[in-house]
Write a protein that binds this ligand. Sequence first.
Ligand code: SF4
Length: 197
Amino acid sequence: MITDLIARHALPIAIATLETGKLHRETAALIGRIEQRYALAVEVYRPRGEQAVHFVRENGEDAMYRSLALRKACCGLRKLEPLARMLAERSAWVTGLRREQSDARGEVPFRDHDDAGRLKLNALADWTWGDVWHHVATHDVPYNPLHDHFMPSIGCAPCTRAIAVGEPFRAGRWWWEDEAAKECGLHVHQEAATAAR
Ligand code: SF4
């Protein structure tokens, strides 16, 4: 959605994403579909190969299910470290966070700062699920086909499942964990993360 708005208005903002090495093939394929649709290059940030290989060798492919610490370690090397590289030379970023996505995101402001002091703009903060799909239909925005399979919130394949009717949007993310732990850390202020421990 953010990509569509940036491309549609020809804004001088780079498009970047994280390829964790654990994405569904549909999610990974969306990167190429977006590049084709908007005739732009998406910057793709991946985990450092040796770190990922070492982690799997030490802890196994299913480490994330065994403890919160291992799940966070996996998110750390596959998401947080690549995100730090993505943002290293940047003074601002734009996200698609929406208040409706979860209680934890219920107060997301339009304008924020991350822990490094960078401006963080949450341009879709007050968009509803209906707003998103109206925009997708109106502007023929490429979207992840997994959304059609009851996955409103999509992350890595091992940590995403379809939800049932009536479940919250993010119920399919890290479903085996307590609600309070269910963020990967990409959008958590360190102060709040410390308070929640
Ligand atoms: S979401 Fe799951 S697979 Fe992806 S980085 Fe986090 S723990 Fe690892």
